[in-house]
Ligand binder design. Structure first.
Ligand code: CU
Length: 253
């Protein structure tokens, strides 16, 4: 009896961090104004609702795209901690108006529990100095979500519609996992409320409603058409994530 309970507890300890992980690129604000001309960005690989961190090795790429121009920000990253695990940070100073996309390509993450590698191409948006330009432009990632809803200036309770692309083509029936960045420590009513799931239609288009003010992450998951050699020497599949983070806000008085 005791052994059974201990086994069960051990299983739960192992199993509990198995909820979805998300690449995360989170700025301290998704709007830059003349008053706040810069933004601090945090890059991590985490379980955002449970606030459990994982290790993010130095990304392969990290860049800003605005008005079709790409700026390499990899050299500006310095190591930091998010949720007690290795993460990265930088400060970006906005010089001209535009909708800036910040995009990260992490190094492949070997996940023994899922017997696969994970690569989450992760991006977010900062609108600088009132810009409304090109918020639906691709960042140029191998897989990404193209917003059909402007991805900033949203209220809590708004819905967000996006299209999942892979190599520039829509991904029919793509599975999209989504989670809330649970900084205030809310408790999920059931385990199903930690990671929620929706499916895209035949054009790769999905809609998700964000019921609470804060950051929401959407991860459209597909399997790569290539494999990577695992530490065991065996070839293993690669989960690709097209991850987008948006912020929704409460009304203010
Ligand atoms: Cu994980």
């Amino acid at each position: 009896m005791r052994t059974t309970i201990l086994t069960l507890i051990a299983f739960m300890l192992v199993a509990s961090p198995a909820f979805a992980h998300f690449g995360m690129v989170i700025p301290d604000s998704n709007v830059a104004t003349q008053k706040t001309r810069s933004s601090n960005l945090e890059l991590s690989f985490s379980h955002p609702f449970e606030m459990v961190g994982m290790t993010l090795e130095k990304p392969k790429q990290f860049f800003a795209v605005v008005n079709g121009k790409k700026t390499d920000l990899l050299p500006t990253l310095s190591e930091s901690k998010v949720m007690n695990e290795k993460a990265w940070k930088t400060t970006f100073r906005f010089k001209r108006p535009g909708v800036y996309q910040f995009a990260m390509e992490p190094t492949p993450y070997w996940e023994p529990e899922e017997d696969c590698f994970i690569i989450h191409y992760t991006k977010t948006y900062v609108a600088a100095f009132g810009s409304e330009e090109d918020w639906d432009a691709p960042a140029g990632l191998p897989t990404e979500i193209i917003p059909l809803t402007r991805p900033y200036g949203l209220y809590a309770g708004s819905s967000f519609t996006g299209q999942v692309l892979r190599n520039g083509n829509p991904v029919p029936n793509a599975e999209v996992e989504y989670e809330f960045y649970n900084k205030e420590g809310f408790t999920a009513p059931t385990e199903h409320h930690i990671t929620m799931v929706t499916k895209a239609d035949s054009n790769g288009v999905f809609t998700i409603t964000c019921p609470k003010a804060g950051w929401w992450g959407f991860a459209a998951l597909t399997t790569a058409d290539y494999t990577i050699t695992a530490p065991s020497g065996k070839e293993k599949p690669v989960e690709l994530g097209a991850v987008t983070w948006i912020k929704v806000e409460d009304f203010k008085k």
